[in-house]
Design a protein around this ligand. Structure first.
Ligand SMILES: [Cu+2]
Length: 186
């Protein structure tokens, strides 16, 4: 775990220092070399970026709520697969769909972009502050990922996507997918 932590910090530092494009390329290359470690480090990097963003006082406006990035009209977020009502088995691959906006890693401020958050068996959190990070419940994809693979307990589960801006704050208006229900079989 210590090794993961130090890799994540290094990854986060590089990403902030060198800009996203170079960071993304480097991160892509490392992913090929060390698939398991790289994805864990990338996830932790996203969580660290979230912690940094949540701790940055500069992101809050005078009334205490975070500044929200505008969402382009007609932006649409949806779960490509699985489908609503599907019965699936583990591992469950969830593919994220986005129309009318682009995906950018956390920390990158670019109009009309954001990164994905997956809500598992969870109501939509407050949309005027950074989305929380709750293992197994509220997942951040701060590396700009557009799919993930989950291991879920057997039974019914809900999945919903919400886009967050560079500070993990939902856009205005919030870009949220339909909440789907799936059944995971034993
Ligand atoms: Cu986030």
């Amino acid at each position: 775990m210590i090794r993961f932590d130090s890799m994540a910090e290094a990854d986060d530092g590089r990403r902030r220092a060198s800009g996203t494009r170079a960071g993304a390329i480097r991160s892509g290359r490392r992913r090929q070399l060390l698939p398991g470690l790289a994805s864990a480090a990338s996830l932790l990097g996203g969580l660290l970026a979230f912690a940094l963003a949540a701790g940055a006082a500069g992101t809050a406006s005078a009334d205490g709520s975070a500044t929200r990035a505008p969402a382009p009209e007609g932006a649409e977020l949806y779960i490509i697969s699985p489908g609503d009502g599907d019965t699936v088995s583990n591992p469950v691959t969830v593919r994220f769909g986005l129309r009318g906006m682009g995906v950018a890693p956390a920390g990158v401020e670019r109009p009309g972009t954001g990164h994905h958050h997956l809500l598992i068996d969870t109501e939509l959190p407050a949309v005027d502050e950074p989305l929380p990070s709750i293992p197994g419940k509220v997942l951040h994809f701060g590396g700009g990922q557009t799919e993930t693979t989950l291991e879920l307990p057997p039974g019914r589960h809900t999945l919903q996507l919400v886009l967050g801006d560079h500070n993990h704050v939902p856009h205005d208006p919030p870009v949220v997918s339909k909440r789907i229900t799936i059944t995971v079989e034993e």
